[in-house]
Design a protein around this ligand. Structure first.
Ligand code: ATP
Ligand code: MG
Length: 332
């Protein structure tokens, strides 16, 4: 089985519908075909200021939601990044392989630090792509399921893996980016010109999976559409309606073409009412399962401990080889 690795940040509390349809759903599917490692990347979350109690709560909440969404600890390895100290350790090694210039070219850092003001951006934010390199290489991952925005970081991973292998001998598998093309991109329900995101969306345009289902239904019913009153998939001319069709189709498995046929001659209200129902049917059990994990911290902790143990077995072996290759004296 090829090995896959992906990490998700625990920064927002509730995951939103874009996170689910654009990432988490793929994690669930990949469990069937890959030896899959998934982690809640709390070390990455620290690259921007975090309130300690909030970070801790959000990290456990992220793990609970991943399990609620369908990650099965018997079929994948789910863990918290900081539980596997090899991430930080290999991260240091890779910091010493990466060039300052190439790290400076990472567009995400440029964007995020510009947003914060250059003086407030941390060194951690600057080297975060290099920690990500270590995250991937530790597991000798073949495939890294990520969105388009992560392509540059995967390229950096490949460059640094090849550089290390050339300089110190074959150590790391050079991974392929598995940019998931067919993955749905979900837009803000109030402003379908922007992607649904925790930092940019309007509150009414953002579907948080842990919202009260009534709130979710209300948000769907007040989604922005257009004046044409025809239910047709046309992302350029009809971005609002098309977004609703994408969401409907990905949640139910009904093709967009089929939905267009089904709603021919019907009003937007009919589509919204049905989609609101589909959404409520999805979030209601999701919330309940998440709550079950939160109410039973022993079970959640046991799952995460077992995941960390499985992850460490792989990570420790890779780290030992890398430490040896670069000339560090083994501890006796
Ligand atoms: P931020 O605003 O801080 O960037 P975000 O809402 O974009 O947050 P991330 O933590 O950046 O969420 O993304 C987590 C995962 O969810 C990534 O794999 C990302 O590609 C995916 N994702 C985020 N928003 C969407 C969206 N609107 N549609 C599809 N996938 C999305
Ligand atoms: Mg994002």
């Amino acid at each position: 089985r090829p090995r896959a690795l992906s990490g998700i940040q625990p920064t927002a509390g509730s995951f939103h519908l874009g996170n689910y349809l654009g990432a988490i759903r793929q994690y669930v599917a990949l469990q069937e075909t890959h030896d899959a490692f998934y982690m809640v990347v709390d070390l990455h979350a620290m690259t921007v200021p975090q309130e300690p109690a909030q970070l801790r709560a959000n990290t456990r909440l992220a793990a609970a939601q991943l399990l609620a969404a369908g990650l099965d600890p018997d079929r994948c390895t789910l863990f918290i990044q900081s539980h596997v100290p090899e991430h930080a350790q290999l991260g240091w090694v890779m910091n010493c392989i990466a060039g300052f210039g190439e790290a400076s070219r990472m567009t995400q850092f440029k964007d995020k630090s510009a947003k914060q003001g250059a003086d407030r951006a941390t060194v951690g934010l600057f080297t975060y792509p290099i920690l990500q390199v270590a995250d991937i290489l530790l597991y000798q991952a073949d495939s890294v399921p990520v969105g388009e925005d992560q392509r540059q970081h995967i390229e950096l991973t490949r460059d640094l893996a090849e550089r290390f292998n050339t300089r110190f001998g074959d150590t790391f598998n050079v991974p392929a980016a598995h940019i998931v093309k067919e993955v749905a991109k979900i837009y803000d329900l109030q402003d379908p010109a922007i992607k649904m995101s925790k930092s940019a969306s309007t509150p009414k345009g953002l579907i948080n999976l842990l919202d009260d289902p009534k709130t979710t239904a209300k948000k769907v019913k007040s989604a922005v559409t257009d004046a044409e009153a025809v239910i047709r998939f046309d992302p350029v001319g009809k971005p609002g309606v098309s977004n609703l069709l994408t969401i409907y189709s990905t949640l139910t498995g009904t093709s967009v073409a089929e939905l267009e046929r089904e709603y021919e001659g019907k009003m937007y209200g009919a589509l919204k009412t049905d989609l609101a129902e589909v959404m409520v049917e999805f979030v209601t059990p999701f919330r309940a399962r998440t709550q079950e994990y939160l109410d039973d911290p022993e079970t959640l902790d046991a799952v995460l401990a077992k995941g960390a143990e499985k992850a460490r077995a792989v990570a420790a072996e890779t780290l030992a080889t890398a430490y040896d290759r670069v000339g560090l004296v083994p501890a006796k």
